[in-house]
Write a protein that binds this ligand. Sequence first.
Ligand SMILES: [Zn+2]
Length: 484
Amino acid sequence: MRWFNSQQQSRRFDQFSYFLLVSLFSILVAAPAKAARLESWRFNASQNQLEITTDEGVQPKAQLVSDPTRLVIDLPGIVLGRPVINESMSGTVRSVRIGQFDRNTTRIVMELAPGYTLEPSQIKFRGITDRRWLIKLPTPQLASTSTPPIVVAPKVPTAPSRSAESEIAAIESVELNGSSNQLMIQASKPIRYTSRWDRSLALYRIEISPAQLSNSVKGPQLGSGGPISRVKLRQENSQTVAVLIQPATGVELGQVNQPSQRLVTLELQRARSLQSATTAAPRAMNVFNPAVATTQLPRSPNGRMVVIIDPGHGGPDPGAIGINGLQEKGIVLDIGNQVAVSLQRQGIQALLTRADDRDLDLDPRVQMAEQSNAAVFVSIHANSISLSRPDVNGLETYYYDSGRGLAQTIHQNVLQLTGVGDRGVRKARFYVLRKTSMPSVLVEVGFVTGRDDASRLSNPAYRTQMADAIARGILQYLQQAAGL
Ligand SMILES: [Zn+2]
């Protein structure tokens, strides 16, 4: 993944030069068939960063307008489905307003304090998935007398005053149920929630609104051996409470549900397949002999199992760029090549979507997997966040649908064999995961912007270690799937 510079993209669209058109070329975005919704948004004032999540893919469009300076972000195909939101702040970004611009477009307006302006080329859009976007603003500057020409936007939504305080619920308790497989959040009045992994805190976040923490709120009793190692309750703003959860080792967070208007629950599951993967670890890799495996796993015509290894990006697309100019495309190519060699040695037919530094779209990668009747698809990427966050490091493994067991097995092996930090196994709607029919995963081997990860990923010996760990995870998964 990488940050996108909106102005670089806009040069290709001269006819719309007043638009900072944002293009995401590593993730294809399908036009939503029905009205999609804005699920959540969050503005981090200390980082000047807005994060939005929609329930279908979206391609944001942005424009900068003057007097006062406003960044206007339109989300075509997205319906807000609730009253206009207006949040005021004390910093140089003075307010964030969200409203329904027209029937099919949600508009977000971030307004600067009077006299401040933004350098348009420094506004960065990053698609975490096609549904989650980070919009990072540069530090606003006091405008000089000759401000660059910027167009006036169509009328922006104005926020009605906030409705009565009596709607706000009190969060009364957050506790585990009797069998410790559910966390229950109870409120005095009807509430709504959103949930997601909070990447900056590495905690699972459930946000409840409109709500305030009751003075007598009870937190859960967390014993050792329980499913949760930490819960934080925070009043995020006047009507939002955040419940931040760190699951214990070996525990997977399941669905968030709302059994009643005043109750939100989070499922907690012991990851059984993870435990069996761990106990299977000492088994020597070379006992795996696909010729004798009785299995339903698909095979190539010559009887060998096919695994697709997909190093991300390539050619003109460097992927993420990190500390000292470290490029994602080179790291993942080296690791991918070594994973393939490792698998070949074990009798697996490993096919690389790219074996050299070339341009390759997403669809051909998927087509290769489909046409070769591959048993599994493993995409390899390196992660990035702002260069100002060298403290963010670690492994993330993504799956969609049937790839969960594969993701867990690879993730566990990489953690054990490399010592990389653990940022969890996560579900995501990446194109290559959604469009492949076999179990497929995307491994983000580390952050090129992370102090620890960047220095390790620069080291060829570490990349070999990483490749061995990924290969071992794939083999273990195939052994289990074949009932060996
Ligand atoms: Zn990538």
